[in-house]
Design a protein around this ligand. Structure first.
Ligand SMILES: [Fe+2]
Ligand SMILES: [Fe+2]
Length: 471
């Protein structure tokens, strides 16, 4: 399924055959471009960036690398190929053919799911817009821009669904996507984590590791949807999302590696004086970003989530590979709750616990990345371990929202929290130090003092390749 780049909006959905839809999207396009100019990456307009662009959605054949002038990036609409005979694979409609149109009775729920997902995409571009000014290398700058253009495309993906399947309401929702802004006191983005600032590159790497990974799990459960166009859209988005998490995982790994190199070289834990970020500070950033990201999975027990499941709209992670009845009428699942000052797990209805199950899948995946970072520390012969905090730590949503807990999950008093939280979350001093290191390094192949070079370049290019050209 190749993509037609002759069209004003590149696409593989035969947009030209649906003139009304095409016109509606072409009407939305200038607003998008204006949004990108105003709230997309600062000063990117005069750069040529070595970007990956989708040319086909076929496995292995879709990536094309070349220099692109940023505002001329061709955002478009790409869906994964249809699967012959696909069915609704879970819930009350299990076994029926997958829907090609939105079922009237589920319109409101589907719109809400698509809007909530869509809103996160431009939000992250807004959050990251100033980072280009302080890039640690051209390689990293290129990766930032790659992430940004793809998040922009993910907005296109969701806006396409709104325009194609939700009529006038959909068009209004598509407009509203460009009216809400990250951190705007009057019109904020929908989800809390997407209104947080991303003021520095350590935050950016943590964000792409932890928060983009939430995106992966949300998209993966929407990819199971009985609504086939939603499933196909999300399946293609997931292939792009993988790169964002690569940027996060390797980014943090390189910061850790640099700290370890300096610790060994100077036989000290205090690597701040050598222009690096010390491991305890990295741990505090990790604690913060993990805790705001686990909130994105919502309440432990959720009737909304149960309804979405029963309706066949949003499944579990890799739904079809799970061996059960996919109805969850009788199944149970272990869910945490507070008993006294302890967190205990009790059996709850698997149906109302689908959020919690997704959160568990997510946490396991996060742990794999943290293990890799710890391997870097161990390989350097340093006695330190990065730890993923307990899910009870620093939560704003769900069972743990009203209590205070240590990173290892012990419930504590407000007074204890006040006394210790500076050990667990980034302090003003940590932030000031990290921000003080953020100075642009734009000579090909050079790296900022606080980060190790990448293991290899992009698309087989050398590390000193000119990934971004300034005009
Ligand atoms: Fe995305
Ligand atoms: Fe992403």
């Amino acid at each position: 399924m190749s993509i037609d780049y002759q069209e004003r909006i590149p696409n593989n959905v035969n947009l030209a055959d649906d003139r009304r839809l095409q016109r509606a999207l072409e009407k939305w396009q200038p607003g998008y471009q204006q949004w990108w100019a105003e709230l997309g990456p600062t000063e990117s307009a005069s750069t040529d960036v070595y970007l990956r662009t989708a040319v086909s959605v076929d496995p292995g054949g879709w990536a094309n690398y070349g220099y692109v002038r940023m505002p001329e990036y061709r955002w478009g609409i790409f869906l994964s190929p249809p699967e012959q005979g696909r069915q609704v694979n879970f819930g009350a409609h299990k076994g029926k053919p997958a829907w090609q149109e939105v079922p009237g009775e589920y319109r409101a729920e589907l719109r809400r799911l698509i809007v909530t997902q869509g809103d996160t995409e431009p939000a992250s571009v807004e959050q990251q817009r100033h980072l280009g000014l302080t890039c640690p290398s051209l390689y990293d700058l290129r990766n930032l821009f790659q992430v940004n253009v793809e998040e922009g495309r993910h907005l296109w993906a969701m806006v396409y669904l709104l325009h194609a399947h939700f009529g006038r309401d959909g068009r209004e929702e598509a407009e509203a996507m460009l009216e809400r802004h990250s951190g705007d006191p009057d019109k904020p983005r929908i989800l809390h984590a997407f209104n947080e600032a991303t003021p520095d590159w350590l935050s950016f790497f943590m964000f792409t590791f932890f928060t983009d990974r939430d995106g992966k799990y949300q998209l993966a459960s929407l990819a199971e949807s009985g609504l086939d166009p939603l499933s196909r859209t999300c399946r293609f988005m997931l292939t792009e999302e993988a790169h964002h998490m690569f940027v996060g995982e390797t980014g943090v790994q390189r910061v850790v590696q640099r700290a370890c190199e300096l610790m060994k070289e100077h036989r000290t834990d205090d690597v701040r004086r050598y222009g690096a970020i010390d491991l305890p500070t990295i741990q505090r950033y990790l604690n913060f970003h993990f805790s705001v990201s686990v909130d994105l999975f919502g309440q432990e027990l959720s009737t909304n989530a149960a309804n979405y499941f029963t309706m066949g709209l949003k499944g579990r992670f890799r739904e079809t590979r799970i061996e059960d009845d996919h109805l969850l009428e009788n199944g149970t699942y272990q869910v945490p709750e507070i008993r006294g000052d302890k967190v205990v797990f009790t059996e709850q209805s698997a149906l109302t616990a689908v959020n919690e199950r997704l959160r568990d899948d997510y946490i396991r995946d996060c742990q794999r990345g943290v293990d890799k970072w710890n391997r870097t520390i161990r390989d350097a012969g340093i006695d330190f371990e990065l730890i993923l905090p307990h899910r009870a730590f620093h939560r704003g949503i769900g069972t743990f929202a009203d209590i205070k807990a240590t990173p290892d999950g012990r419930i504590i008093t407000e007074a204890e929290w006040d006394h210790h939280h500076a050990d667990w979350l980034p302090t003003e001093d940590d932030k000031a130090h990290v921000v003080s290191l953020m100075k642009a390094v734009t000579e090909p192949g050079k790296m900022a003092s606080w980060i190790a070079p990448p293991a290899k370049g992009i698309n087989g290019q050398p590390r000193e390749f000119e990934y971004v050209r300034f005009n």
